[in-house]
Write a protein that binds this ligand. Structure first.
Ligand code: CA
Length: 238
């Protein structure tokens, strides 16, 4: 597994769809594993150690159909997000698809931009609602952040940025991934927006710690989020 790359499994037997879809996902910075059959899809995604972060799953496959693939992934106890592709647009298929454990559904023919937006939304949802790492506690349901027991008020993007970094604590998260998950727009990668928000976030986290220690508040940046030059950032776990 390549560090910092989010791997998407594309399960589609029609090369006219899987080819352009795989290339579009790669342009967005995802790692892509394309497979044409359902059995291969189950083998790659049902394993608990699987690196697959999301499955795009065609309903009509030559061996196992998409619903059966989805059921087998869930039966193996994997909660990886599944985005179902289908040519059949009637509601019954939609409901049955969700029953099998799919998280979302896109009807063919689809617009690539819409499909990519659904992918990003599903990947964001995989971030847990409640996390506690290195003295920082994030509760997404209540939208509260506490640093060493002291509540910190974060703006919306700072909050999302912290959640993404903490959900991958100890790992490098690339600038492209952060932009895709927090800003929905990897094309912003040359902008300074991310650096600005990261700087604000570090100061707010450091400010809370100073207040807790009883020391005078200062503007020193928190050390918990490291910059990995030329790549991205890492939330340190020690
Ligand atoms: Ca098909």
């Amino acid at each position: 597994m390549v560090v910092g790359v989010t791997t998407v499994l594309v399960v589609e037997d029609d090369p006219a769809i899987s080819g352009p879809l795989s290339r579009a996902l790669q342009r967005e910075g995802y790692g892509v594993i394309p497979v044409a059959g359902g059995a291969a899809a189950v083998a790659l995604s049902a394993d608990p150690g699987s690196e697959v972060a999301l499955v795009i799953l065609d309903l009509g496959l030559p061996d196992l159909d998409g619903l059966e693939v989805c059921r087998r992934i869930r039966a193996a106890g994997r909660d990886v997000p599944v985005l179902m592709l289908t040519a059949r647009t009637d509601e019954a298929d939609f409901v049955v698809g969700l029953d099998a454990g799919a998280d979302d559904y896109v009807a063919k023919p689809f617009r690539m931009a819409e499909l990519l937006a659904r992918v990003r939304a599903l990947l964001r949802r995989r971030v847990p609602a409640l996390m506690e790492v290195g003295g920082i506690r994030v509760d997404a349901g209540a939208r509260r952040v506490e640093v060493d027991g002291v509540e910190v008020s974060l703006a919306n993007k700072e909050f999302e940025l912290l959640r993404v970094m903490m959900s991958r604590a100890g790992q490098v998260v690339t600038r492209e991934e952060i932009l895709a998950e927090v800003w929905n727009d990897p094309s912003m990668k040359t902008s300074k927006t991310l650096d600005m928000h990261m700087s604000w976030l570090r100061r707010k986290l450091a400010g809370a710690r100073d207040a807790c220690d009883g020391a005078a508040a200062n503007t020193a940046a928190d050390q918990r989020i490291s910059t990995v030059r030329g790549v991205g950032f890492r939330f340190e776990t020690d």
